[in-house]
Write a protein that binds this ligand. Structure first.
Ligand code: AMP
Ligand code: MG
Length: 468
């Protein structure tokens, strides 16, 4: 049976200046590295058993029937600095299936490539595949990975590297920066068309820009606190990497923390820690303020709009704070939290950062009462645990609450790197094993015990690079 993707192309119906029609650039020798059959099935894609055909389509050599490929225009603030034009420099949207965007990433240059080659290499492609699917299994909104295809071509970053194309699935790829570019150009008609499109796709219950802003704020507040509750650091929370849908998007130099530290940074380009672990809770408010600014031209009464938006933005830190308290509360077994519970949890975090305790393993060990082994000075943990036990004494099912909030398995950076090294040598076994383990992150499976181990000094990956 030949491959069939039930394409709709609603983005291609928007005004033509919101994107550029462009086909993927064919590659030399496409070969499937990974394909997500379960996801394909959910999207209504059929006829996926011919690997050579999958390689041609998801490597960019054949444009599938019904697709109207295009690259999307956007701009954004990168590390706080305004960049008037970005856009899909190496990504091409094939269309939508089952309500989700299907996008090739690394599929060749577009009118937005600037000096880039439009390509990606195997490392970041498989990293995004594993980490985004792990995020999904953790129950956190995210883009998904449908396919990874090796191109058989060499691309050049710091060194020569094997090329690959990722097929990414998202409820849409509309970013804060997609609104920003139109607002900055004074293109109110384009902005209005985008607004209506985004509302219809993501927030059909919403009718005004203020309601839209509040809905996006809520999803982003939820998202960032969910990231923080599993120790995730996005790494590049620029406004162009911030999705209107509230999904995690653009896995670049991201990572899950091993030992806890609030100012942990992995990205080699984030020298000042703008997007450090704990800073994410603040920077998302800044990003939402940029969205608010971009929505102002949609309003007739500017003063009134600004007053309403300001109120919504000003309320966001408190909302993030509450969500964080609730998330952290669940991690220590509290189904519902009170104001001073944050202090109790914060004391544990402080002990963890002082003693370099592993974030995931410490929380996972709270159930079963094994956490003291995670500390260099277990007595200091015992002091905390006495107060903690008093607090959870009256709780209904603290063990169950903790088991649902504290994953056992996360995609540890050293394992991801190990998987990439193997894949480059043609060995996909570590990829398959890691993917299988991370599909059930809350399960204690002795078979995957080695994947719960933090890195040894020699295994530690200090930085993840943007050389994507
Ligand atoms: P990112 O850091 O991946 O969010 O990308 C920021 C911008 O740079 C986006 O407009 C990308 O499309 C563009 N970009 C990143 N890598 C490349 C590349 N290899 N070729 C062309 N454009 C790129
Ligand atoms: Mg990006």
């Amino acid at each position: 049976m030949t491959l069939h993707i039930p394409f709709q192309n609603s983005y291609a119906r928007l005004p033509e200046h919101l994107y550029s029609r462009i086909e993927p650039t064919p590659v030399k020798a496409p070969e499937v590295l990974a394909f997500n059959h379960a996801l394909a099935n959910d999207l209504g894609i059929t006829g996926t058993d011919d690997l050579a055909e999958l390689a041609r389509v998801f490597g960019g050599n054949d444009v599938p029937e019904g697709s109207e490929p295009l690259a999307q225009l956007y701009s954004g603030h990168q590390f706080g600095h305004w960049n008037p034009q970005l856009g899909d420099g190496r990504a091409i949207l094939l269309g939508e299936a089952g309500g989700f965007d299907i996008q090739l990433k690394g599929s060749g240059p577009t009118p937005y490539s600037r000096n880039g080659d439009g390509r990606a290499w195997v490392g970041p492609v498989l990293r995004e595949f594993v980490v985004s699917e792990a995020m999904h299994a953790l129950g956190i909104p995210t883009t998904r990975a449908l396919a990874a295809v090796a191109t058989g071509e060499t691309i050049y970053r710091e060194t020569a590297l094997p090329g690959a194309v990722l097929t990414r699935v998202a409820s849409s790829h509309i970013r804060v920066g997609t609104f920003q570019v139109l607002a900055a150009r004074g293109d109110t008609a384009g902005l209005k068309a985008l607004f209506e499109h985004a509302v219809a796709r993501h927030y059909p219950h919403v009718s005004t820009p203020l309601e839209f802003l509040k809905a996006v704020i809520e999803r982003q507040a939820q998202l960032v606190t969910q990231w923080m509750s599993v120790g995730f650091i996005h790494g590049v929370m620029n406004t162009d990497n911030c999705a209107i849908s509230g999904e995690t998007i653009d896995y670049g130099p991201c990572a899950f923390m091993d030992e806890y530290h609030p100012m942990m940074v992995f990205s080699s380009i984030d020298r000042r820690g703008r997007y450090a672990y704990a800073a994410q809770a603040d920077i998302i408010v800044w990003n939402m303020a940029q969205l608010a600014t971009a929505l102002v031209p949609l309003e007739e009464d500017t003063d009134k709009a600004v007053a309403g938006y300001t109120e919504a933005i000003n309320a966001m830190p408190e909302r993030v704070h509450t969500l964080w308290r609730e998330a952290l509360g669940r991690k220590i077994g509290l189904g519902e939290t009170q104001a001073d519970d944050l202090q109790l949890a914060a004391r544990l975090l402080k002990l963890m950062s002082d003693q370099g305790a592993d974030f995931t393993n410490t929380f996972a060990a709270l159930s079963g009462d094994k956490a003291r082994d995670q500390f260099v000075d277990p007595a200091s943990f015992d002091d905390w645990a006495r107060d903690w036990k008093v607090r959870i004494a009256g709780e209904d099912a603290p063990e169950e609450v903790m088991r649902r909030a504290n994953p056992v398995l996360i995609p540890r950076n050293h394992r991801v790197e190990e998987m990439i090294q193997a894949a480059v040598q043609g060995d996909m076994a570590p990829f398959l094993r890691l993917s299988q383990a991370l599909a059930k992150p809350f399960e204690h499976n002795p078979e995957f015990a080695d994947l719960t181990r933090p890195p040894s000094a020699g295994e530690r990956v200090q930085q993840t690079f943007c050389g994507t």
